[in-house]
Design a protein around this ligand. Structure first.
Ligand SMILES: Nc1ncnc2c1ncn2[C@@H]1O[C@H](COP(=O)(O)OP(=O)(O)OP(=O)(O)O)[C@@H](O)[C@H]1O
Length: 298
């Protein structure tokens, strides 16, 4: 797979505050790459630098193996903030303006293609101000793919949408990815990343904590769900057993992470040796949320 983006030690400070600390990531062709992190972890700053809107203080990046050239951006569609279209113009006229700004040819065909792609063709003559938030966001994606770029960069694409709007954007993004496009999404919504992304970079306080495939992130450690009639003793036993680490209280059960390859029978025995008899012992499948919290809280 071809390398689409490589960053090398990107650094950015706003006065005394360091927003990005030596960020090195790489994105390959066809990946849906999620940039994940709590508020203020540096996601928007990263995308801003990569799109030439913010200047880094240090480090470098390269799109398509061609460095930081402005012309690389002709091959990148971006959605960085809430869509900014003319409220009294319809979808077609708004996209005509986007086409003119980007000096695109075959405007009519392009606009028809993207409006069908984002399922707004039937509403093409309605003015932007009459659109729902989800439709506005879909029109913004139509604008971002109007030039048929190889890469789509999206900052919090489902922010503020209702569940149906979120599902529509998600399915649209997956469809666009299925055409072979590379997609980079910044989000703090874990469920969104989990349902869409193939690869994830987790940021915390501007630093990269982990970069891996979604599968690698989610099956990091074994998590067990344990229960006992005596919760206090259970909690104390978890503290005492070095191979176990308390993870979460799911009252009445507790989640623990287990070091290495220790069988459930061995875990049961360890509890018994500490005077605790389990009434529940089962594997707990981690979701991205639990993994994420575990990683950023370390
Ligand atoms: N123009 C600015 N001036 C000063 N500080 C800034 C500026 N832009 C961002 N920051 C700070 O840099 C840090 C990273 O911000 P950034 O917006 O990149 O994070 P983020 O992960 O995108 O957060 P969010 O999910 O809230 O959008 C934050 O602490 C933020 O307050």
């Amino acid at each position: 797979m071809g390398e689409i983006l490589v960053t090398n030690g990107l650094h950015k400070s706003y006065k005394k505050h360091t927003a990005l600390k030596s960020l090195s990531i790489s994105v390959k062709q066809g990946q849906i790459y999620g940039l994940l992190g709590p508020n203020g972890s540096g996601k928007t700053t990263t995308l801003g630098i990569l799109l030439g809107v913010i200047k880094a203080d240090g480090g470098s990046f390269s799109w398509f193996g061609k460095g930081e050239l402005d012309e690389n951006r002709n091959n990148i569609g971006a959605l960085l903030e809430t869509p900014n279209f003319y409220p009294y113009l319809n979808a077609i006229d708004n996209l005509k303006i986007v086409a003119a700004i980007k000096s695109l040819d075959n405007t009519k065909e392009r606009i028809e293609k993207v409006l069908k792609r984002v399922d707004l063709w039937k509403r093409k003559k309605a003015t932007f101000k009459t659109y729902s938030l989800g439709m506005k966001q879909r029109l913004a994606i139509a604008g971002a793919i109007l030039a048929d770029p190889d890469v789509l960069v999206l900052d919090e694409p489902t922010n503020g949408l209702d569940p149906q709007g979120i599902a529509e954007i998600r399915s649209l993004i997956l469809d666009i990815a299925a055409e072979g496009k590379t997609i980079i999404i910044a989000s703090h919504i874990l469920d969104e990343i989990e349902k869409m992304c193939t690869h994830v970079a987790i940021l915390k306080d501007g630093a990269l904590i982990r970069e891996a495939t979604l599968d690698e992130i989610m099956i990091q450690d074994k998590v067990l769900c344990v229960g006992s009639d005596h919760r206090e003793e259970l909690r104390l036993a978890i503290e005492k057993i070095p191979q176990l680490k308390f993870f979460k209280d799911l009252d009445p059960h507790m989640l623990v992470t287990v070091d290495g390859e220790i069988s459930n029978a061995a875990v049961n025995k360890m509890f018994a040796e500490n005077g605790v008899y389990l009434n529940t012992l089962m594997l707990h499948k981690k979701n991205l949320e639990s993994t994420f919290l575990e990683i950023v809280n370390k």
